[in-house]
Structures are given as C-alpha cells and as structure tokens.
Design a protein around this ligand. Structure first.
Ligand code: ADP
Length: 394
C-alpha cells in the first residue's frame, strides 16, 4: 500500500512516499519544490519524479494522499477530505491564514488531478482531544467558548511522533504502543494511570511545547490559533489581549495591519531586527548585536516558562525532548533552556549536547534524573500511518 504525504505551504510543495506492503514501513521517495508559483505544475512535476524514480507506475498506484491539515471548525482527527471538511477548514481561514488557504487550494488541485485517489487529512489539533478541559479553556464568557474561543493546540503530528519514539527510547514499549494506537483506542483511562512523563519541545520556524503523560497530550503551548505560545520566527506568540486595541489606537493602524505585523514582523524577527532565521540571529548576536541576543534569550526564557508549567502539571518529568529545526540542531539553545536546573534533576552533558546535531541522542549526564533527548521529528510518517489506518477501517 503506497501513501503519498503532501506538505503544502503557500509557496512550497514537499512530499514523502511511504510503502506499507508486507507489514513493513518504507520511505520510497522524498522531494519538494520551493518558490512554487504554478501549483498544478508542481503536482505534475511531483508525479513525474515519482514515476521517474520507479516509485509508482501511475497515480492509480497511490492508495491515498495524506495531508497534515491544521484546523477546521468542529472537525479533528483523521478524516476524508470531502467538501464538508474543506468547508470546515475554510470557516477557520481567519485563524490560520498562512496554513488553511494554501492547503484548501492544494487539496482541491490534487482532487482534480487524481479524482480516484482518496485524500485524507490528519488535523494538527487531533493530539489534544483527550487533554483535560481545564488545560484547554480560556476564561472567556460562555458565549465566546461556544463560538470556538478555546485552546486547540497544534503540531500534533510532531508531538505524537515524539510521544511514540521517546517511549521506545526509554524502554517503555507499553506506552509506545498506547501512543501509536491513541486515535484508534482513545485515551482509555484519560491522561491518568501509568507513569511516563515527557515534555516535548518542538522548536522550529514555529515552536510549541507539550506535556505528555503515558503517550497522551495534556495540553500544548499553542492555543486557539498558531499565533500563540512561544515566540515564533516571525509571529508574536502569546500577547496580552489589550495589546492589540492599544496599538491600533496609539499607532493609528487598522486591525488588519496590526495582525499583519504580529504575524509577519514579530517573533524572533521583530525582536532581533535581523532575520527570521536563528542562524542569522546567532551570528549577529556573536558579533555583539544586543537585540539579536535578546531574541535568543526570549526564546529560551519562554521555553522554560512552558516547560516549567508542564513539569508541575506532570509532577516532574522522565524526559525532556528537543525536536524540529532549532531543537534538533541548536546546541546553544538547548543548553540555555536546560541551564541551572540540577535542583530539579535536569543535568545536561555539554559534550553530548554539542555533538548532537540532527540525529537521535541522549544529551543528559548519565546520572541526570530527567533524561534529555534529541529526536528528529517525523510528522509525515504519523500522517501516513493514520491515513493507512483510515483506509483499512473503511
Ligand atoms: P518549520 O517550522 O518552518 O518547519 P524548521 O523546523 O525547519 O521550520 O525550523 C526552522 C528553524 O530551525 C530556523 O530558525 C533555522 O535556522 C533552524 N535550523 C534548521 N536547520 C538548522 C541547522 N541545520 N542548523 C541550525 N539551525 C537550523
């Protein structure tokens, strides 16, 4: 069974093709295009590459195309992307303007190009469906809650992968099994029971932190939209609710302009004034740019705030995991986040930390009560597995 996972950005198309034949999981092909201006052509070129590589003979070899969809009104989990679901995604375009519109356009183009191939979405919100209500509620009036003003949480595919893989690395196959089958079986005994506590730090272009008990998420630092939680590359993260009306009035800008600035000119880019890429910011900081240093310090400080919150909620942690572009590759950010925590049983090994770069590693000292791990995420694999499960169930 061959499943293509398509990752759609506003100007990019990336893909991975998995083969699940003979009870194995094989990555057959991966590729992508940046700076896409003609999406139908990009899809055509993707199919041509798959054929050229001998991965498929024609698109009818694809059992399905899976998508890491972000959020939809009143829909979560892993579902067929029919008109109803696309409409539900459209209803939340305003909450995820950088994600939902390109996905909807891309999915429609795939549907047109290969009408016989099922299209399936695994929503990024799915991992939080079992989180305790108090972790997901904003203290807004009932009417606001009823129209959907609540925390949803995102990066679900990535954090779910970390839940599975960290349990395997910690020799807890029971928990890994539970995490793998979470969407099939549900969180049978809620988030209680058992005792494996993991804090997963997805630090990348957009960043989030999740507390995980026995393979089940108890919450996520991203809230109602991907515009919350930690500072992101160019999005602000958490912000006081009064800040927008105050800035609109004082700066004399429109709400739309305020939103644009908070989603395009803020975060690490806004604070550093340098770039939205942490490599450039780190270089500037090394050359003495104080604003660049502040941007790095802010990311570290906010990460510690959220890790600390989950550490308390979970009554400690067995492991803290770093993943995604920054988490996998930036030893200095990991060191900053884990600094001076020996009283909590968190002791990073500098040598192991500096050596860990884009591959699985334990980076805590052998005696550290809390293990610190680096795990490259594999969101596409999670999407492919759930897509396969949906096809087999139907
Ligand atoms: P996205 O969230 O857009 O998928 P990534 O997870 O790739 O993005 O994270 C992007 C961030 O990770 C950027 O700030 C980039 O500088 C950093 N990053 C990615 N790869 C590396 C690397 N090899 N070395 C250092 N930093 C990296």
């Amino acid at each position: 069974m061959k499943i293509l996972v398509a990752n759609i950005g506003s100007t990019s198309l990336k893909w991975r093709l998995f083969d699940f034949s003979d009870n194995a999981e094989r990555l057959l092909h991966k590729g992508g295009f940046e700076r896409v201006t003609d999406y139908p052509k990009a899809i055509e070129d993707c199919l041509a590459q798959l054929k050229e590589a001998g991965a498929i003979a024609s698109e009818s070899d694809l059992a399905a195309v899976g998508f890491k969809t972000v959020l939809a009104k009143d829909v979560t989990g892993c579902v067929r992307l029919d008109d109803r679901v696309l409409g539900a995604m459209e209803a939340y375009n305003g909450l995820a303007p950088a994600h939902n519109p390109p996905y909807i356009t891309g999915i429609r183009l795939f549907a047109k190009r290969m009408p016989g191939v099922p299209l399936v979405g695994l929503f990024e919100t799915a991992f939080y469906q079992f989180a305790p209500p108090a972790m997901m509620r904003y203290a807004v009036p009932r009417g606001w809650y009823e129209i959907g003003v609540r925390r949803f949480g995102f990066h679900g595919a990535s954090h779910k992968f970390i839940a599975e893989r960290s349990a395997e690395m910690l020799d807890r196959e029971d928990v890994a099994e539970r995490a793998r089958n979470l969407y099939r079986d549900g969180a049978k005994d809620g988030v209680s029971g058992g005792d494996l506590r993991v804090i997963s730090c997805h630090l990348g272009g957009s960043s989030s932190i999740t507390g995980i008990r026995n393979g089940v998420a108890i919450g996520n630092s991203l809230g109602m939209s991907p515009q919350s939680g930690l500072p992101h590359n160019n999005r602000v993260g958490d912000l006081d609710a009064e800040a927008i009306p105050y800035a609109v009035k004082t700066l004399g800008i429109s709400i739309e302009e305020a939103q644009r600035q908070l989603t395009k000119e803020s975060g690490l880019k806004g604070v550093s004034g340098v770039s939205n890429d942490i490599r450039d910011i780190a270089t500037a900081a090394e050359q003495g740019n104080a604003d660049a240093q502040l941007g790095l310090d802010l990311l570290v400080s906010e990460a510690r705030r959220w890790i600390g919150g989950y550490f308390f909620q979970l009554n400690g942690a067995d492991a803290i995991v770093f993943t995604a572009g920054i988490g996998e590759n930036r030893a200095s950010i990991r060191a900053g986040i884990c600094a001076n925590l020996d009283q909590l049983g968190i002791e990073l090994d500098d040598e192991l930390n500096n050596a860990a770069q884009g591959r699985e590693a334990v980076i805590s000292k052998p005696g550290s009560k809390v293990k610190v791990l680096v795990i490259p995420t594999n969101e596409e694999l999670v999407v492919a597995r759930e897509t396969r499960r949906l096809l087999e169930r139907n």
